[in-house]
Write a protein that binds this ligand. Sequence first.
Ligand code: PLP
Length: 402
Amino acid sequence: MSHWQELERKYYMQTFERVPLTIVRGQGARVWDEDGKEYLDFVGGWAANILGHCHPAVCEAVTKQVQTLIHASNTFYTIPQIQLAELLVKNSCFHKVFFGNSGLEANEGAFKLARRYGKLNLKGAYEIITANDSFHGRSLATIAATGQPKHQQPFTPMPAGFVNVPFNDIEVIKKATTPQTCAVMLEPLQGEGGVTAAHEDYLRAVRAWCDQKGILLILDEIQTGLGRTGTLFAYEQYGIEPDIMTLAKGLAGGLPIGALLAKDKAAVFTPGEHGSTYGGNPVACAAGVAALTFILEQDVPANCRKMGQRLMAGLQSLKTKYPFVTDVRGRGLLQAMEFNRNIAESVKVACMGRRLLVNRLKPNTLRFMPPLIINRDDVAEALGILDEVLGSDKLEPSADNH
Ligand SMILES: *Cc1c(COP(=O)(O)O)cnc(C)c1O
């Protein structure tokens, strides 16, 4: 354990199961550790470094902005905030935007907005239906929305007003809908829950059901948005439009930000009902404008589709070659590989030894969420390393939850 890792043990709350690697520098899809060793990064800042590390467009915009105006407060108008809101509205089906600093804040905003809508239009309805195996954040309300007992049980009682139902089943949503229901909230592709895509007919049926009942459809695109699944937003692939959407992770090219987007009919906040000191601050928004402009002008989603296809094809041939690989799935550059036993930790560690960083999503599942700007060589390199690792006979199943 290195000096810094020992200090972390001593001074930082032990909330993370960290990989024994201290990253000191990043460029594109590569990072370097304390000893100057280089790694190919298929964790990508947990899907936040959409444009890779230290992208020049983002660095330039941030440098300029920190020398001009770092923070002013939302009492005043600031230009990058308005520019980013305009860009988002012009490139989505939404009409209004609110910025926070993280994904969970965007989702908290969505809950409040849905409850306001319920008070104004649905006789006070306040319940939000969400899916099992979803992930919506780490605050009390967002873990109540997150349909995973392991996130809820240590912190009960949960805030009221959230109903978790099985994913990809329209009938359970219909059954769970009551006069108290104001919204349904889903991820189009569950990231943390297992890289599980919503079926096309499911999401369409949910949309139709929400229309029929006059309730809101909220999509959490914090992980899937900004090109990750091959289109700017994943909802585009389903031929539906949500009423509310949340974004975060990649939106500011690696700086902290969250965004709540809504159609006019759902954008019902009035002055004083919601706010944030740092939300929409000039630096994060300037980074967001630079990142989103690059994504749009360079058609980053197209590269994501192409590289995603190569990665999927490669993972599929590894599945054919190694019978203990039982499934590969995902869209664009959000993919997973599942094994017939709990060797994901062992595979992850062996990959790291060969200078490839991947995420162990579950004891038997790896996740790949590289920057969307990776090229063919990066994909080939990652697949080559995986092949070597899967072909070695040293893969040990891990104890219980690893
Ligand atoms: C990461 C994530 C969140 C939470 O975002 P934070 O910025 O960590 O609060 C919420 N929803 C989804 C789908 C996510 O992937």
